[in-house]
Design a binder for this molecule. Sequence first.
Ligand SMILES: *Cc1c(COP(=O)(O)O)cnc(C)c1O
Length: 463
Amino acid sequence: MSRSAHPAGPRHADVLPEGHYTAPPTDLNALDPKVWAGTVTRNEDGVVSVGGIEVTRLAEEFGTPAYFLDEADFRARCRAWAAAFGKDADVFYAGKAFLSRAIVRWLKEEGLNLDVCSGGELATALAAGMPAERIAFHGNNKSVEEIERAVEAGVGRIVLDSFQEIVRVAHIAQRAGKRQRVQIRVTVGVEAHTHEFIATAHEDQKFGIALAGGQAAEAVRRALKLDGLELIGIHSHIGSQIFDMAGFEVSARRVVQLLAEVRDEHGVELPEIDLGGGLGIAYTSEDDPREPHEIAKSLTEIVTRECEAAGLRPPRISVEPGRAIVGPTAFTLYEVGTVKPLEGLRTYVSVDGGMSDNIRTALYDAEYSVALVSRTSEAAPMLSRVVGKHCESGDIVVKDAFLPADLAPGDLIAVPATGAYCRSMASNYNHALRPPVVAVADGEARVIVRRETEEDLLRLDVG
Ligand SMILES: *Cc1c(COP(=O)(O)O)cnc(C)c1O
């Protein structure tokens, strides 16, 4: 299968097979547990349910389009990550994948930490009672106001992204009479996506400070001199939707090399390294993601081995999965509006949402699966493209999928694995009302982010 190499760059897109669609599945009614949230099943009446509630009932009560999030699955994934890394490592959930106050509370209860990268995400985390010391603050251009709020709140770490920011954070912390714990984000020259990674000396992207040319070593030198900063470690994040651990191996080796240089030059062994997030999930049955315990074992072995080689005490590791925790826990439920067969090509299935609730297909050429969930069907498979209702021909939700040939307006279809980077990247394009997120558990459904209303739109539009 030919896979296009991602043009190593800032987009952090997914690498996808080119011009490819899967062969029709043998059973269109089957739900692959790899891509569907933990409690999703098809009941005897043919209707799919999540958390014990049928989607037909959910659609009636909450409308479509809507995201339904399996709370038990979310919590189970948090616990699996926490258990896999144990007490000698820290798991930070990357809030940008999807953040709400309920999510923050669950993270807190399940013992995870939280990454934020804006004032808004920080406000959400604090509003829901996440202890500040369990929050890490990221971003390549944090405003002075955001840094002040983070320092004031007492966040556990700020990840420094530029030379300007080293001075800026030090100054703000000192003025507040504090010593802020910080990490320095370095670019290690590894760009990893799905099954491939590219290792180079230089990286052409906006994040971090380059290891190449002694830049990162210089950043450490400066940070160690400033009273307002307590440098606790080095941070690296190499890509997204990664299945192959080889990129982490190169990245960890390069970071450990820097730790050894820092020890040699300053006599300081920095106590922590953060290897970032980017662990892949199954969007279709063809994807084969690793389990958290395998990832933990592999990352720990890599770091331990590299540290032994460099004669360093292994630092405390942290990781930042976003997609791998929340991605698989939700699906988007749509109602079919029109079914338009194009002779010899495919059938266009229009739903009541689109690129405003899932931009990933248009933005990254992302792949998704889809299933008819309000009933079963014995009809033949029909090559379909699920599209939205926006004024754009690129408004595609699922590029190539098989749906039953008797699909009709009024049927409910669901796209699994939409927990990450769908609601969080949702827009009001065409003045669409952003869909709600409904948490479902043990036969109960609860709105955690409500649907936008026309009043919401008009409130912002002050005339
Ligand atoms: C985006 C991001 C993550 C999370 O990425 P996922 O692909 O959702 O795991 C973690 N760390 C940093 C610094 C990021 O920018």
